[in-house]
Design a protein around this ligand. Structure first.
Ligand SMILES: *Cc1c(COP(=O)(O)O)cnc(C)c1O
Length: 362
């Protein structure tokens, strides 16, 4: 029996998402002790998980025999107060990644188009192809968004425009006013999906709630995977119009956000000290990398979020050599940037080690 003839064509052609290489994989491949390996590949929080979340989780393990609250009631109430939006304007996902898929499932069908930056999060592409849609990937000169080009790519067939700010993997930042003007320039048949995975690392967060209140089709996505340090729990949320939140609510499975994720997220929202410290460490680390790249005479891109990009003559070679020394960074071949490595900013001592190994690998 050959399933090849019955699988949908666009599923067969779907590229596979390559995650940052897990520590255990590198340990097995290179015969290393996993405890000595430093992972700077997936923009995870180098300080670990939010301590408040860990404390809350450990007291709730005995309730795992129960299904989670499919409606995320407590989290919804808390976020409603935090953002001054109605509880019914929120949608929750098993990571914000799942919400990206829901957006595609709700709005993208066969022949529809989505528009996004060519060097922007690869899930926009995967979610589109999965639904049989067509990707319109817009060049990003100098690793930055060109909003005019992005706008020009929008046609009658466009259903969703995806943007992440700060962008992953380049880290470029677009000012709030420019984002708002861009959204106001979009036709009514387009949903603007604004991915805010790294927004907490910025001093000034862009606020698109006025656009949502104006009745524009905007959905903003947040995650607990980055500054809150809860990537392993898998939880993210979107805030949008009541109408769009309602559609997403229909696309999800009844218990898509597990109970520990809800408890962890609830506690993490109160962990302002942890968020502050994560940001502080990140700012220090960024300067460390920038100075090191300047000293080495390497071209780099460093602007927002919790990572930096560096250009090398042999990025693939350096990627392997650094792994042998127990440091995992991220190649960018899938983003059409084979000469660039993306490095997640760590604690000062992690950054030192990474810089040393990078030097040795050149
Ligand atoms: C990390 C990241 C996310 C968050 O993914 P989760 O599924 O919430 O872990 C979303 N968008 C971008 C651009 C990211 O880099």
């Amino acid at each position: 029996m050959n399933a090849e003839n019955i699988v949908k064509k666009h599923i067969k052609n779907l590229p596979v998402y390559e995650t940052g290489k897990p520590i255990e994989y590198v340990a097995r491949e290179f015969g290393l002790d996993p405890d000595g390996i430093l992972k700077m590949a997936s923009n995870e929080n180098p300080l670990g998980p939010s301590p408040k979340a860990v404390e809350a989780l450990s007291s709730k393990l005995s309730a795992l025999n129960y299904y989670p609250d499919g409606g995320c009631y407590e989290l919804r109430q808390k976020l409603s107060k935090k953002w001054g939006l109605s509880p019914s304007q929120f949608a929750f996902g098993n990571g914000s990644n799942e919400l990206l898929e829901f957006v595609a499932q709700c709005f993208v069908g066969e022949g529809d188009e989505t528009v996004f930056g060519a060097q922007s999060f690869i899930v926009y592409k995967l979610a589109t192809i999965f639904m049989g849609g067509k990707c319109v990937s817009v060049p990003m000169p100098g690793l930055r968004y060109d909003l005019d080009m992005l706008r020009d790519a929008v046609t009658e067939k466009t259903k969703v425009v995806f943007m992440t700010n700060p962008n992953n993997p380049t880290g470029c930042v677009v000012k709030g006013e420019e984002v708002a003007n861009f959204v106001r320039s979009l036709p009514e048949h387009v949903v603007f999906c604004y991915d805010e995975a790294y927004t907490e690392y910025q001093d000034e967060e862009v606020d698109l709630r006025p656009l949502i209140r104006e009745g524009r089709n905007v959905i903003c996505l947040r995650t607990f995977s980055k500054i809150y340090g809860l990537a392993g729990l898998r939880i993210g949320y979107g805030y949008t119009s009541e109408e769009i939140a309602g559609y997403i609510n229909r696309a999800r499975e009844p218990f898509n956000v597990n109970s520990l994720a809800q408890i962890g997220a609830l506690a993490a929202l109160d962990d302002t000290d942890f968020v502050k410290e994560s940001k502080r460490i990140n700012n220090i680390g960024r300067k460390q990398f920038e100075k090191a790249f300047q000293d080495m005479g390497l071209e780099y891109f460093s602007e927002g979020a919790n990572f930096v990009m560096v250009k090398l003559n042999d990025a693939a070679g350096a990627f392997v050599k650094m792994q042998k020394s127990g440091v995992i960074v991220r190649p960018n071949v899938g983003y059409g940037l084979p000469d660039w490595l993306r490095i997640t900013i760590g604690k000062p001592e992690d950054n030192e080690r990474c810089i040393e190994e990078l030097k040795k690998s050149l």
